[in-house]
Design a protein around this ligand. Structure first.
Ligand code: ADP
Ligand code: MG
Length: 562
């Protein structure tokens, strides 16, 4: 199905380069495009600017943006111009002839957006100018400045009600992050916005229960989740690849569920059929790539499950946000593991785009990992990410319902980092765990004497526990994952930890009993035992000199070379 894309979404994608609107943005944008007044309350960082920028571009004429932040106007205009938007500003920082050039451009219909300081806007000269121009809308940013009770009060804002008197046909959108009811009332009253639609966008979705677990046997984990909690419910299962959506859908059907695949590679008619079946039928599970969901408004989606890690917190929030639109309780369920991180990083690395773009993508992925690894309330973390807040832990996420146990992983982390360093930072997690556990594998038999100091020093943890340590070290930026081979490399952030200046609490994923003590593996045969013993003794000496555990073979010089 090729649903015609709306002008608003087209503008969002082609001008701003964003995939999708955030919650509320689309409704606001459509309402303003239709000529309605709007009052928008959205937390800082929520994306208020797009709520007027998109309609300003879609509607004929120039969008007038009133903002008290003169210092920021230049920046805002510059970044719009970079996107190809014809933007300018009028404020006291302009020389008279510069201001005249802007006015001329406005009159000639050569501007898409004009930022104006409030004191400038209310001048008769500006008013007369606007009357002779074609105006798409008025956006009143930081609208709480009309409130005499707040500390941002700006007397000039009080006169902005004249906009309604002089330009009754032009839609106005007032925006603020200050959400308390009294301020809202004042804004409505003083800006004459009685007929405006109000959009109040807190980011909290209290009926969604966020749960993130370690990926062990993902299909079985999913099956258990569905059987125990959603045996007959409609839901979405997100996967990274098209192939996987088909496999998982087929497999779920074998397990007795009603599941359909959805991805951009399906025949368009089939895709349309699957989508409309999902909307109409009860209890259908859509196994989909991220191609599914935009604009889907099905109120009774009871769960959104992720079998693969989303690339960003925004994507996670948006995808999980498709659950529970009816306000009834719903689950956002995700399993992830180190392989997800490696796969996503590889995808990012091999994608086209500038280094800066890749770095930004990495940072966003790291934020997502942070959310996965957090040991406190997930909802608080999620809301914090969007600049929203929640005073107390939510009581309705996995961290709140089953408080995460942590353990002092300082020593384990040092051992893990030592093993990675000693093996030349060339290996992935499997081999490093083998080294630490003193396993007898082909590759371990090829160890050289550099590696030996870390051979078998980690028998107190089992395989899963070591994997968990490595995963958390990657998630927290102590180790990076080499794109091609999955080799783990130390990051500068390791230094304080290795120097003993920092301790590290880790999540307890597995029951933390001591692993069964295996009998010590014999040393590989072709190793020079004399050398091994000499090294061991030297290591102990060093450790004593520096007062650090024997497996820490870093000294300051090594750290500086890193
Ligand atoms: P506010 O004015 O509400 O504080 P902004 O309009 O400055 O927030 O937006 C905050 C950030 O969110 C900006 O970096 C913006 O580019 C980004 N943003 C806004 N809407 C979207 C969207 N739909 N998709 C992706 N990023 C968005
Ligand atoms: Mg803003």
């Amino acid at each position: 199905m090729t649903t015609a894309i709306s002008p608003a979404r087209h503008t969002l994608q082609s001008v701003f380069g964003y995939e999708a609107f955030r919650p509320h943005q689309e409704a606001i944008v459509e309402s303003v495009i239709d000529g309605g007044d709007a009052l928008v309350l959205m937390p800082t960082g929520g994306g208020k600017s797009l709520c007027y920028q998109v309609p300003a571009l879609v509607r004929a004429g120039c969008g007038i943006v009133i903002s008290p932040l003169i210092a920021l106007m230049q920046d805002q205009v510059d970044s719009l111009r970079e996107l190809g938007v014809r933007a300018s500003y009028l404020n006291s920082s302009l020389a008279p002839e510069e201001a005249r050039a802007v006015e001329t451009a406005l009159l000639a219909g050569e501007l898409d957006m004009l930022y104006v300081a409030p004191e400038r806007l209310i001048q008769e000269r500006t008013q007369a100018l606007l009357e002779r121009s074609r105006i798409a809308l008025f956006a009143i940013d930081e609208a709480h400045c009309v409130s005499q009770w707040g500390h941002d009060f700006r007397a000039d804002y009080l006169q902005l009600s004249l906009l309604h008197e002089r330009f009754p046909e032009v839609p106005r959108v007032a925006l603020t992050a200050t959400a308390d009811a009294r301020t809202r009332q004042e804004i409505v009253q003083r800006l004459d916005l009685g007929a405006a639609r109000q959009f109040i966008a807190g980011f909290d979705r209290p009926n969604i229960c966020y749960r993130i677990a370690l990926k062990q046997n993902p299909r079985q984990q999913l099956l258990r989740f569905l059987r125990e909690e959603h045996p007959r419910d409609a839901g979405i299962v997100y996967c990274l690849s098209r192939k996987k959506t088909e496999e998982v859908a087929a497999w779920l059907c074998e397990q007795g569920f009603n599941a359909l695949p959805y991805h951009a590679g399906l025949d368009p008619r089939l895709r349309a059929t699957h989508q409309s079946r999902f909307l109409r039928e009860d209890g259908l599970i859509m196994v989909a790539t991220i191609a599914f969901g935009m604009g889907i408004d099905k109120p009774d989606v009871r769960f959104v499950a992720h079998l693969d890690l989303p690339k960003t917190v925004e994507a996670y929030y948006q995808e999980t946000g498709r659950a529970g639109r009816d306000g009834q309780s719903a689950n956002a369920w995700l399993v992830y593991g180190l392989q997800d991180v490696i796969k996503l990083r590889q995808m990012m690395e091999s994608s086209e785009g500038s280094e800066e773009h890749k770095r930004a993508e990495q940072q966003r992925l790291n934020a997502m990992l942070g959310l996965c690894e957090i040991t406190s309330c997930r909802r608080q973390a999620l809301l914090r990410y969007f600049g929203d807040s929640l005073e107390t832990p939510c009581g309705n996420c996995d961290s709140c319902l089953q408080p995460v146990e942590t353990w002092d992983g300082t020593e384990a982390a040092r051992k893990a980092l030592s093993a990675a360093y000693r093996t030349g930072q060339r290996f992935g997690v499997n081999h490093l765990v083998d080294v630490l556990r003193g396993a007898d594998t082909e590759r371990v038999r090829q160890l050289d004497h550099h590696t030996l100091p870390t051979y078998g020093i980690g028998r107190e943890l089992d395989n899963n526990q070591w994997r968990s340590v490595f995963r958390q070290l990657v998630a927290r930026g102590y180790l990076s994952v080499d794109m091609e081979f999955g080799a783990l490399r130390l990051q500068a952030q390791c230094r304080p930890l290795l120097r003993g200046e920092e301790t590290l609490d880790l999540r307890k994923d597995q029951p933390q009993q001591a692993a069964k003590q295996r009998t010590r593996q014999p040393l590989p045969e072709d190793i020079d035992v004399g050398l091994w013993e000499a090294l061991r003794d030297r290591r102990r000496e060093l450790a004593e000199e520096q007062g650090i555990p024997p497996y820490i073979i870093f000294h300051d010089r090594t750290l500086q070379e890193m």
